[in-house]
Design a protein around this ligand. Sequence first.
Ligand SMILES: Nc1ncnc2c1ncn2[C@@H]1O[C@H](COP(=O)(O)OP(=O)(O)OP(=O)(O)O)[C@@H](O)[C@H]1O
Ligand SMILES: [Mg+2]
Length: 311
Amino acid sequence: MTNLLKIRNLRKSYGNINAVDGIDFDVREGEIFGLLGPNGAGKSTVISMISTLFKPDSGDVLYNDKSIVENNRFIQSDLGIVPQDIALYPTLSGLQNLKFWGRNYGLKGRELDEKILGVSKIIGIEERLKDRVDKYSGGMKRRLNIGVALLHDPKILIMDEPTVGIDPQSRNHILETVKDLNKKGMTIIYTSHYMEEVEFLCDRVSIMDDGKIIATGTVDELIEIVGSTFNVVLEFNIVEEELVQMLKGLENVQSITIDGDSLILNVKENGILKAVVDKLNGSKYHVVSMDVEKPNLETVFLYLTGKALRD
Ligand SMILES: Nc1ncnc2c1ncn2[C@@H]1O[C@H](COP(=O)(O)OP(=O)(O)OP(=O)(O)O)[C@@H](O)[C@H]1O
Ligand SMILES: [Mg+2]
């Protein structure tokens, strides 16, 4: 498969914050590529540079081997962008918004009407198109924003956390839409801090943290990084530093993360509960409940950074 986009040693700082700190990755034609990372990782800054919204401090973005940093016209008409912050006119109707943005892309007359019809079918809000956007739910606004990005039949669709803060129904609709668009041949770049979405959607993923890419691969390849380890989530009557210290020395425990009333133990082998119970015997701590999680992208993130991906 051809590498449609090549991101090379890309850097961008805001004052003394290195938002994007020298990153490299490729996006292949026809894939759904995920950029997974916590808040502030630098995902939107990367997206903004690929979208040619702003220029990197250094490094390059190549589209079909041509630098779009030097000349953004190589990519602009091929790109659809769903920004993290909704970009719609709230006092206009959905239809008026689609018309406005469509004209912006140079569409008009019957072609524009046809595109709008096609797009409204994809986003599934046909019956509400005549209503003002400020009467829409968050999920409907998101869908309309996706519609706007699709009007000119882009080759590449870039979506920046398109499911944050919306209802589950709209969320599922968006995830299914992404899959469908991709099946029809669209290349998609999808950023998220929800590992479930990235696991569900993406062919390949780069995990980002603190301006850097810490791992790239298919979901399966990334999970192989953690090998046969898995997470055991133990809920306790109380969680205190003393408890963490007591469990730290246990054999097969690779790391311990505090999560409210629970501790997440990353372990090499099962059978850990007996070891924990033996260790805590006679102390004031006891296990209330337990859950075992197979390794997923969350585990990979935890393993590589020592932090939880969730907020
Ligand atoms: N315009 C700006 N001025 C100053 N700092 C900024 C600006 N935009 C982003 N940053 C900082 O750059 C870093 C990366 O931000 P960015 O928005 O790219 O991350 P993100 O991964 O998209 O996060 P989120 O999940 O919150 O959207 C953060 O530390 C952020 O505070
Ligand atoms: Mg962002």
